[in-house]
Design a binder for this molecule. Sequence first.
Ligand code: AMP
Length: 396
Amino acid sequence: MKTINDFNFQGKKAIIRVDFNVPLNELFQVTDDNRILAAKPTIDKITNEGGIAVLMSHLGRPKNGKEDKFSLRHIVSKVEEVLGKKVYFVEDCIGEEVAKVIGQAQPGEVVLLENLRFYNEEEAGDVDFAKQLAQHGDIYVNDAFGTAHRAHASTTIVAQFFPQDKCFGSLLAKEIESIDKVLNSSEKPVTAVLGGSKVSSKITIIENILDKIDHMIIGGGMMFTFIKALGGKIGNSIVEDDKIQLALDILEKAKQKGVQIHIPVDVVAADAFSNDANTQIVDANEIPDGWQGLDVGTKTLENFAKVVADSKIILWNGPLGVFELEKFAKGTIELGNYISKATANGTFSLVGGGDSVAAVKQFGLEKQMSYVSTGGGAMLEMLEGRVLPGIDAILK
Ligand code: AMP
């Protein structure tokens, strides 16, 4: 796996695909600069060595060509602030003006190109468009994990114009290394915590990871499909009746493969989906009619705490309960605390994919995890065992 550490960028122009798809407020100010911060180590390494960093990204989903609200011009001052240096912005991503600005750039300088998606050719993966992008650099660097699962011109197709001189930026390399650590670990036990609302959205992940893990903790809304499949009474809890057989198949497969499945034994049941609901802790398979399970209960958390404490590798995908409502956030927060503690004791923990990342951030646990993935969809596809086109294009 070639990374930026395998190159010396002195006197080189690097064309870098970054993910600067950041949120803007109504005044077009950046409200969350995490994605810019995440790309900084790669940009710094290149410019510190005396290379020229040419940055390309998309922003939002422009549908009608050049729409000002999606211009990367809005983020220039934030990028300058994060990098601590001037950024030369060009109002296009291909063509003569771009070539001119890059041609004038001095070693150590940064050029930012206009939104790639102002051209339909970007998402279409157009080869000619990719070729024009390729002309901006001597070395192609992909540091955009969030779009690595898309075969777009700037994320995948462009790589073919750099048969040797292409590599992963440090963010993308870290994402790949983290997931590799979980899925191909020689250290054991490996535990996957899966939560979230539906089994159906996790089935491919479950099938892919069953061969690679020792324990699977199941929480969130999806637990009720398993509990019902095992003959439990789940009241009004969320359930996918058409996935009952699938749940039984998963349990059987896990048994054959020697994977221990941990299903909640008690839940916080509520008489409404609301912070004002009445609640009671009941056995997970004895939920009264009219009540629904919205979080895991105390005994369950004690069981989960032990499994987490004994794990050497932990993957966490999906919340244990409806963490958006304070009354049902405890399970998710406690699990986060157990994983934090295990991590402090040397366990490797990866939090990836959508809502668990949001939960970890909301509860201030981000720094205590070994790695929190930056790409929702891309991470889920990797967990499903797919080869992402953006990654494959560099490895080829
Ligand atoms: P997903 O996008 O499939 O990972 O699901 C995340 C969502 O699942 C979050 O918005 C949670 O509020 C929701 N969720 C977690 N536990 C439950 C539950 N017991 N009942 C209903 N929804 C849940």
